[in-house]
Ligand binder design. Structure first.
Ligand code: ASP
Length: 371
């Protein structure tokens, strides 16, 4: 009896792991089948890649050149042909919009690109849009698209820090990830995104903070998620107004007013502020020190300009944190606007977009709080 019981126990002990293993195998197979089904579904989605240039389309003289190279060389067809894996992720078509380094972007390029993104987003056969872009001003273009394109479809900006000719180039995986994010249903409604270095950022928050490393893009409030082996992992969603929640629409914008940035530092002369005022700009973004502080010899110049109708936006050159209204400077008294947590280059974009609708400083301040 005892022996039989022992044999039975032994049998159970041997059978249980087998059953557990079988259950685990079944669960793994189900998960793998679900993942495969999701990939196949995504692979049927149509993603348009709008190429604009930058290092992701760059080429260097040798594989050793990770930092010395010429940006904006490789056409979009070649970029996509070099990455056959994308066709497993989505049905991808490419379009060359520009072939430039992003530091040379002007408002004209912003308008052309945003209008094209808007047109494509309205097409029923387009599920997502990827914009390949130089990293230098990607945060500005991304924020602009976030503000003015009325769509829920994913808009994903991507670039690279190393040209495709370099050892350990980062462009291929960045592009594959960006196309995957654009093809995924779960990126819809999150506004314009920047996918770099396995991270998914909202274009509103992200900034290029390092100029020599592949992990160059940082959002001070953290990335929205990550892409690992083609799967998106989301951790948060944008809270500020964007795309379909925005009051701005690129289809109604034909030009952007002149907005320039005046940078502050110790011993700064009023020359730049005076020249900007004389040039007739509609707004000056003051990139102040600390909490958007303005040197005492610059304050009278800015108040004079603001009394004459130039909008003054007080921002900070410090890459993180946010400018507090009426701290450091009496913004109510001077009728200035504060840039909230936007860096000066993003404040320029929002000021230009907002000025297409209003010159009223209270309205402008509301816009700076909301977007
Ligand atoms: N200067 C280049 C550009 O912004 C840098 C890059 O793409 O990384 O076009």
């Amino acid at each position: 009896m005892k022996r039989t019981f022992q044999t039975l126990l032994c049998g159970i002990a041997l059978t249980m792991p087998t059953l557990a293993a079988q259950a685990q195998d079944a669960a793994t197979a189900t998960a793998a089948a679900a993942a495969q089904a999701a990939i196949q579904k995504a692979a049927q989605r149509h993603v348009v890649v709008l190429a604009t240039g930058g290092t992701i389309a760059g080429a260097g003289a040798s594989a050793m050149n990770s930092a010395s190279y010429t940006a904006a060389k490789v056409p979009v067809e070649q970029l996509l042909a070099g990455l056959p894996e994308v066709q497993e992720v989505a049905r991808v078509t490419g379009e060359q919009v520009f072939q430039i380094a992003s530091e040379s972007f002007t408002n004209a390029e912003l308008l052309t690109l945003a209008k094209r993104v808007s047109e494509l987003a309205k097409q029923a056969d387009v599920d997502g849009i990827v914009v390949t872009h130089g990293t230098d001003t990607m945060e500005e273009t991304g924020f602009f698209l976030n503000l003015v394109v009325q769509t829920d479809k994913p808009i994903v900006l991507v670039g690279s820090m190393r040209p495709g000719t370099a050892i350990s180039a980062d462009g291929a995986l960045n592009l594959l990830n960006a196309i995957g994010v654009a093809a995924s249903g779960d990126a819809a409604g999150k506004g314009a995104l920047v996918v770099m270095n396995d991270e998914i950022h909202t274009a509103r928050d992200v900034a290029k903070l390092i100029n020599i490393k592949t992990g160059a893009f940082v959002s001070q409030w953290g990335p929205l998620g990550m892409v690992v082996e083609g799967r998106n992992y989301w951790f948060r969603a944008p809270i500020k107004r964007h795309t379909t929640g925005s009051e701005f629409n690129i289809d109604e914008i034909s030009e952007l007013p002149a907005v320039e940035i005046a940078y502050s530092y110790g011993n700064v002369a009023p020359t730049v502020v005076e020249a900007l005022g004389a040039s007739g700009v509609k707004a000056i973004v003051h990139a102040g020190t600390g909490n958007g502080s303005v040197p005492n010899r610059i304050v009278p110049k800015l108040t004079e300009l603001s009394e004459k109708g130039t909008i003054i936006v007080r921002s900070s050159r410090v890459p993180a944190g946010f400018v507090l209204r009426n701290a450091e400077q009496p913004d109510d008294k001077y009728d200035w606007v504060v840039a909230h947590d936007l860096n000066p280059q993003k404040a320029r974009i929002l000021a230009a977009v907002a000025l297409t609708k209003t010159q009223d400083t209270k309205e402008l301040q509301r816009i700076f709080w909301e977007y």
